[in-house]
Design a protein around this ligand. Structure first.
Ligand SMILES: [Zn+2]
Ligand SMILES: [Zn+2]
Length: 137
């Protein structure tokens, strides 16, 4: 697989270069992620902060997670695409929301862990062989 991989938001105002594979990719089925992704779950890639570079203007929004940690979100002010989340008290990693559209490398972002399955929609069947957690592990 060749790095860097490039990604962009829907309108193209925000772009990024990812220089190495994600540490972990997980699917979150919590109700917040259902709203965020407007789909049954969101797929999050945990990335070392120094392995990715962003270009363009980003707006920020923040909420408090169940753990009590702040969860800050960066999004494109033009098209509203959610780009990434981060904990302002631990900036060593980011949670990449917007994945590159790259069919050759799409396996890179296949989730191996499914969390918050206690809030999972009933009609979605979990794939075989993934790790499953009722809430946040
Ligand atoms: Zn955009
Ligand atoms: Zn979630």
């Amino acid at each position: 697989m060749k790095f860097p991989i490039e990604g962009s938001c829907q309108c193209g105002q925000v772009t990024y270069k990812l220089k190495e594979p994600p540490k972990i990719v997980l699917a979150c089925h919590c109700k917040e992620c259902q709203k965020l992704s407007t789909s049954p779950f969101s797929v999050t890639a945990i990335i070392e902060s120094n392995a990715i570079e962003f270009y363009g203007e980003l707006n920020e929004w923040s909420r408090v997670a169940e753990s009590g940690n702040a969860n800050n979100a960066k999004f494109c002010p033009e098209c509203g695409n959610r780009i990434y989340h981060f904990n302002p008290n631990d900036k060593s990693t980011i949670k990449l929301k917007l994945k590159p559209i790259d069919l050759e490398n799409d396996i890179l972002f296949e989730p191996t862990i499914h969390v918050w399955v206690s809030e999972k929609l009933s009609w979605y069947k979990l794939p075989d062989g993934v790790k499953v957690f009722e809430k946040q592990p």
